[in-house]
Ligand binder design. Structure first.
Ligand code: 2NF
Length: 239
């Protein structure tokens, strides 16, 4: 229910140093990160936690603006750990959480209160049960949209082939990210369908769930390719 982890704790979490050494030179970090933290907190404090807008995060998003190079964007859906293991090894590939914006808040929950300028550490609405326009959901929708809009070249997605809905139209990837890819910039979406992640199903590139994704992508004039159990160094099979 409540925000329990502070921003500074999150930034110091093990295994997450990569962003700062890659993108943010130490001399810039101290000053700008203070400004960024303030902008983030201002985005949702003094506001009804069920009535936050994407506009509220505008300044925070602008301050953390950075562009992932073409061909290096990695989306994921129900495969967070695996996707992050991959980008940890492939340091030139980036999930949203490998960018400053995603990095700062990944793993956190937060909200404010209309009657107070403080962070509400006691209780925040549950995004599944209480309200759609809560501080956390609105944030991830806004930044996922931005991440997709900025993507270019060949983009990648790691999907969970152990789930019947390896591609779920209601997920952030299905609802927001694929709908905001620009066909003028993105020519191919490459799906990596990974098996044995922990579910019971065994979904492959030829399953109806993946076909559904291919149809949506092709309708958007973007080429779709898919590979089962992608391993680094193997070639991608076009479907
Ligand atoms: O927490 C994150 N780092 C996060 C949250 C939402 C979206 C990251 N994203 C971005 C990533 F960049 C991925 O490319 O979207 C993609 C993953 O989202 P998904 O919904 O396709 O994948 P799931 O595994 O179903 O969900 C990822 C996490 O987000 C939470 C969910 O509980 C899980 O922890 N989540 C999903 N939808 C919402 C929502 N509407 C949500 N949290 C709040 N509101």
């Amino acid at each position: 229910m409540a925000t329990s982890q502070s921003l500074s704790q999150a930034a110091g979490a093990p295994g997450r140093k990569r962003f700062f050494s890659t993108f943010c030179p130490p001399q810039v970090l101290d000053k700008d990160c203070q400004k960024i933290q303030e902008a983030f907190i201002k985005s949702f404090t003094s506001k009804d936690p069920c009535n936050v807008t994407e506009q509220d995060y505008q300044l925070f998003i602008e301050l953390t603006n950075e562009i992932v190079p073409c061909d290096k964007t990695v989306f994921w859906s129900k495969t967070k750990e695996l996707a992050h293991q991959y980008t940890e090894i492939q340091q030139e590939m980036f999930t949203l959480e490998n960018t400053l914006l995603g990095y700062i808040v990944d793993g956190l929950r937060w909200c404010g209160d209309a009657g107070s300028s403080e962070i509400n550490y006691k209780s925040c609405p549950d995004w599944r049960e209480e309200c759609f326009n809560n501080s956390v959901s609105v944030f991830w929708n806004a930044v996922s949209k931005r991440f997709a809009e900025d993507a270019c070249g060949v983009v990648h997605v790691v999907l969970n082939g152990s789930l019947i809905k390896a591609f779920d139209e209601k997920s952030t990837f299905g609802r927001v990210e694929i709908r905001n890819l620009h066909p003028q910039k993105v020519h191919t979406l490459q799906a990596w369908v990974m098996h044995s992640i922990g579910g019971i199903a065994s979904i492959s590139c030829s399953s109806s769930s993946i076909f559904n994704l291919k149809t949506i992508i092709n309708e958007r004039n973007i080429t779709f390719t898919c590979q089962d159990n992608y391993r680094r160094g193997t070639c991608m099979g076009a479907k």
